[in-house]
Design a protein around this ligand. Sequence first.
Ligand code: ARG
Length: 464
Amino acid sequence: MKNKTNPLWGGRFKQKSSELLKKINNSISFDYKLASQDLRVSKAYCKALCKSKIISKKEETLIVDCLKTIENDILEKKLKLNEDFEDIHMNIEMELKKRIGTTAGKLHTGRSRNDQVATDLKLWIKEKTLFILNLLENLQKVLVKKSEENIFTIMPGFTHLQNAQPISLAHYFMAFFEMFERDKGRFFDMINRLDECPLGSGALAGTNFSKIDRKYLAKSLGFRKPTENSLDSVSDRDYAIEFLSNLSILAVHFSRIAEDFIIWCSNEFSFIKFSDLHCTGSSIMPQKKNPDAVELVRSKASRVFGNLLSLLTTLKGLPMTYSKDLQEDKEPVFDSFDTMEIVIIIMTELLKELVINKAKMLKSSNNGYSTATDIADWLVQNTELTFRDAHHKTGKIVLLAEQKGCNLDELDITDFKKIEPQINNQIFGYIGIKNSVKNKSSYGGTGFKKIKEAIQRAKKKIKK
Ligand code: ARG
């Protein structure tokens, strides 16, 4: 009888669990990823138990030393995790019992898997977030480098995917620098909110062991402070939702840069080429070189959004406090992290290797009457016309160029004068592509000088 029931909670059970229950209930196949956090939490908890004299120094040493050997064996893949013991917490406790006997049974005094798992997951998210922040900073460095190399690379800037105004390619890259900077900010904010330790909250109500020093526990695990409310501690997963939400916003940014690159590498655009490292061929069309890497970066966003929605839905309407539904928090979190880790790394590599067709970009930036706004602005700055009137007259100039089948800078001065007699030869200095970019000298604009300044500011941000 004794062997049949669960060794951790089998006291009130007469029968052992069904195989089906094991299948739906077991989480060890994925929560093994929390092993190192769980061991860290247990070591800290054991020390707190000793500090409050619930266990002796000798017992503390026995348990902590054994946890270290377990850690080592897990690292060296010597420890086989057992499907019979539900999750990582039970696996580790059972292994401890196997190695040191009954003293192992003291470790869970005043502790529940509910406060334990919340602490483990917070530690895991914190650690992985620091890793992501590092990856993002590397990517930002590449963006800055690429920007420095391309201050004078002129490309069409688009709105509605229609040629709008010429811009510097550096300005484009720096736009993503800013987005990733805000992404980093969101992760920092998340860490700040998450940084409270749930351990010592027990199953839900707090514990009878008031001597267990929760401030000490929090500090020894690197948290700013203990959580304030035990019910909140074991029931909420807002930090995991925030993590998934931040990863989703990050994924949006990557999907946009990916989409641009997919368009830019098409034959029709030919703005960029990817190195062979990041392309695949076709099984039938020998000429093909497909941008699979960026296409996947574009679509990975959808699964990351899915994970966010999955966890939001798990939490929605869940009665307080802990329910087993919360075990479903882990896979979305692990999957989104794994997904975005590779996305950041591959995009960093891809950017480094990117081949830029500067001539094609420059040529295209002159299409679509992209300096028409510069004509309107010239009229405002050099005549009494209001912007609305200047806009209207410039519209007529564009129409004329369209009828003549030429670009704006190919029009004759007499063409301009027909529409607005006040226009003089100065206009040609204004509507050239390079000058158009140069003149965007507002703060944050694409003007060459402004980009150089933006790059300097960016460098300071990533130096820290
Ligand atoms: N594996 C469980 C989880 O991830 C641990 C907590 C179990 N708690 C419980 N009351 N059954 O949520």
